[in-house]
Ligand binder design. Structure first.
Ligand code: ATP
Ligand code: MG
Length: 418
């Protein structure tokens, strides 16, 4: 992508009502557009980050044998009434509307009920189990507060996976598998060191649900982490009994702010019973399905990455999700420099390396500032000086020193850190 052709521009101004660091930086760098509080559009560079995060999650969900689908945003009231979750007193984030004929509809804030109802068309026997489906969906939630930028949207992208099992043991096996897969996802997107498996409330069948909480001051939750055991307890369930049960000592726990990037639930057979969803087991008896659900906040995760790594110069993307691996800053408009930069760009693209090419006729300082603000992991300068030296001037986003390198060396480094 040539920056001269990219329609977005970096800017110093942000909407007056924007208070979060993540959204401010993403708006300044041209990654997102703020439509209204809690509602953001994703522009080319921002969309690349979202897609990179989705690709990593998709690989890990496919590895679990799960199958990708997309459910509908419009949902039926009757289904949610069966589980008591249509009521605004039970679920306080519903957006609801009605059809012209007066039929009530809800906008999908979650999908357990409709997905389970849909899956019941395909699951009749124990032979159909275990099975699971997942989707990337834009959820709509009428959140009261939307002050955390893309970390709390009224519209946001979630990956949600729903698994159907024959019994409690089979469910637990899958649950453990997803737990591992989630930890892998968070490692791959670069937040593994700061992310804790956290015991939280909300288990319908089990006492706890498990959250994946990333330690950051921008988070809205308070958790208590055990840095050695690498687990945490959400404030909402912290008490002496729970600590004892988990084998944790209060004085070894550290209180921190954190953001919930994922949450997994074991519903046991309760939800299938409410929805009337049964299968025929090997002995011919009718049994309710065992249901578990698994969410990751894709766009929240992106916001968390911004909060964790951004510095005074702007965004800093881990290589695995960066919108591009390399930015070429062409300095000067001499014939030789233009040819050299064009050639380098063509070679990197040929190698399959996502590259931004700053071919604009603007001051070097502006190019450097933009490359930093956009957070591209590697900056390569091509100028009269580098052409003369027969090498490129290379700088990592997080480094302060520059190196003179040949293309071969640059390529070797890029592959090694991939
Ligand atoms: P929270 O407690 O932060 O409101 P939740 O427990 O209601 O979240 P879940 O229903 O468990 O959220 O949704 C699964 C995941 O979706 C969460 O772990 C979180 O990462 C993400 N998520 C939830 N609400 C939002 C939101 N308003 N904006 C962005 N991501 C969200
Ligand atoms: Mg949750």
């Amino acid at each position: 992508m040539r920056l001269s052709e990219l329609f977005t521009k970096t800017t110093k101004t942000v909407p007056a009502d924007e208070t979060s660091k993540n959204a401010k930086l993403l708006i300044q760098a041209g990654f997102v557009h703020k439509e209204m509080a809690g509602v953001y559009a994703y522009l080319p560079l921002g969309l690349r980050v979202v897609e990179n995060i989705k690709r990593i999650i998709r690989e890990e969900m496919n590895a679990l044998g799960s199958q990708e689908i997309i459910m509908t945003s419009l949902q039926r009231k009757e289904l949610w009434e069966k589980t008591g979750r249509w009521d605004d007193a039970a679920v306080d984030v519903w957006f609801k509307s009605e059809l012209k004929n007066g039929t009530a509809v809800g906008f999908g804030w979650s999908h357990e009920e409709p997905i389970t109802n849909m899956m019941s068309n395909y699951i009749s026997s124990y032979r159909d189990l275990p099975t699971s489906v997942y989707q990337f969906q834009t959820k709509l939630r009428n959140e009261v507060r939307a002050k955390s930028g893309i970390m709390r949207g009224r519209e946001f992208v979630m990956k949600d996976l729903y698994a159907y099992s024959r019994n409690a043991e089979e469910l637990q096996d899958f649950y453990d598998g997803v737990t591992e897969a989630y930890l892998k996802v968070f490692r791959r997107v670069g937040i593994g060191d700061s992310t804790y498996l956290t015991f939280a409330s909300g288990g319908a069948f089990t006492q706890f649900s498990h959250e994946f909480q990333t330690v950051t001051e921008a988070g809205e939750d308070t958790i208590y982490i055990d840095e050695d055991k690498r687990i945490a307890v959400n404030q909402e369930v912290l008490n002496d009994d729970v600590l004892k049960q988990l084998g944790l000592q209060r004085d070894r726990l550290k209180e921190v702010k954190a953001a919930e990037v994922g949450n997994i639930f074991n519903f046991g057979s309760a939800k299938a019973e409410q929805l009337g969803v049964y299968f025929t087991d090997e002995d011919g008896s009718e049994k309710p399905l065992f249901l578990s659900s698994y969410g990751i906040g894709v766009t929240r995760l992106m916001g968390v990455v911004v909060e964790l790594f951004a510095d005074e110069r702007g965004l800093v993307w881990p290589q695995s999700i960066a919108p591009a691996q390399v930015i070429i800053d062409r300095l000067g408009e001499s014939r030789a420099t233009i040819v050299a930069a064009d050639e380098l760009y063509a070679k990197l693209v040929e190698q399959g390396i996502e590259t931004l090419y700053d071919d604009r006729d603007v001051r070097p300082g502006e190019k450097f500032a933009d490359a930093d603000l956009m957070g591209i992991p590697l900056r390569i300068v091509v100028s009269d000086k580098t052409v003369e030296a027969g090498k490129y001037e290379v700088k990592k986003r997080t480094a302060t020193d520059v190196k003179m390198q040949s293309l071969d060396d640059i390529l070797k480094d890029l592959v090694a850190t991939e």
